[in-house]
Design a protein around this ligand. Structure first.
Ligand SMILES: [Zn+2]
Length: 289
């Protein structure tokens, strides 16, 4: 058994829960979580569930229906931030502002097994998260476990001025910073503006998640996923950094996108070759021979 599990006297001391809380803190410090903005879920590994089980409530909560069906997520356990919670409060009152839910055998309902104290419930985006977890787990052979939603300013600002499609925005982000294409070689998906919280935006997002490990919601924010907390946070950070460079460069350029210097498609291809990246070829211009 791992040390953290041997020594833990409460859920909050387990390694996966400490990583969950740390990401919430890190995201808040980046300025990505005004008010109750953003949410986070983690699909627990079998050993996480084994270590956590001694701390589960004696009696689980009632089964509650979700807006979506995700049969491949049947029986999975997720850590989730609570609906309405402020990211900045998760570290100080974890059992109140976060919790663990179990998904039923049909993959269409959940019940609380720990946390969400004082009448809390999981994030209003739980349906989106569970559906997206199903898609990303399938796309990554089960590796993807973290689904992170935040409101980073530069990404949101960018969606107000550039054409809203995955290819356009991905190319601008790749061209803004050399390491962008290394951080997200398949690119970033883009969902046009939609009402958040319901099944429609969940389905639109999950469709894009078959290809992309990050999806932008226009005038709203960004979803970033990963095999672990570092990967999901790093992806969010890299996309927001590139968007920030683009926004600054455009401001410095009098609002114009006619930049003097940028990374060429030849350059992008050379990076992909050097780092052996599974790059999304459809997002590069065809080579002129
Ligand atoms: Zn949001």
């Amino acid at each position: 058994m791992r040390d953290d599990a041997n020594l833990a006297t409460c859920m909050e001391e387990l390694a996966f829960m400490r990583s969950f809380v740390r990401l919430c803190d890190d995201g808040y410090r980046q300025g990505w979580h005004e008010r109750n903005g953003g949410n986070l879920t983690y699909r627990m590994a079998t050993e996480d569930v084994a270590f956590a089980r001694p701390f589960f409530n004696e009696t689980p909560g009632e089964w509650k229906r979700m807006d979506v069906e995700a049969p491949s997520m049947a029986g999975e356990f997720f850590v989730s931030t609570s609906a309405g919670s402020y990211m900045r409060n998760i570290s100080s009152e974890t059992s109140r502002y976060a919790g663990i839910v179990e998904i039923n055998d049909e993959g269409n309902a959940y019940r609380v097994v720990w946390g969400f104290e004082d009448g809390g419930r999981p994030t209003s985006e739980l349906s989106s998260h569970v559906l997206n977890h199903a898609v990303r787990a399938a796309a990554t052979d089960g590796a993807c476990r973290v689904m992170y939603h935040a409101h980073p300013s530069s990404v949101i600002a960018m969606t107000m001025v550039v054409e809203l499609n995955s290819r356009t925005i991905t190319r601008l982000l790749w061209q803004a910073m050399t390491e962008s294409i290394i951080a997200f070689p398949m690119g970033v998906g883009v969902v046009p503006w939609m009402v958040p919280g319901g099944a429609d935006i969940a389905k639109a997002t999950s469709k894009l998640m078959r290809t992309y490990d990050a999806v932008i919601w226009a005038s709203h924010g960004l979803f970033a996923t990963g095999a672990d907390f570092d990967a999901a946070f790093g992806l969010m950070h890299a996309i927001e950094k590139a968007a920030g460079v683009y926004v600054r460069a455009r401001c410095m350029n009098g609002g114009s996108d006619n930049f003097r210097n940028t990374i060429t498609d030849e350059g992008l291809r050379a990076i992909a070759e050097e780092f052996n990246l599974p790059i999304n070829e459809a997002f590069l211009e065809e080579t002129l021979i």
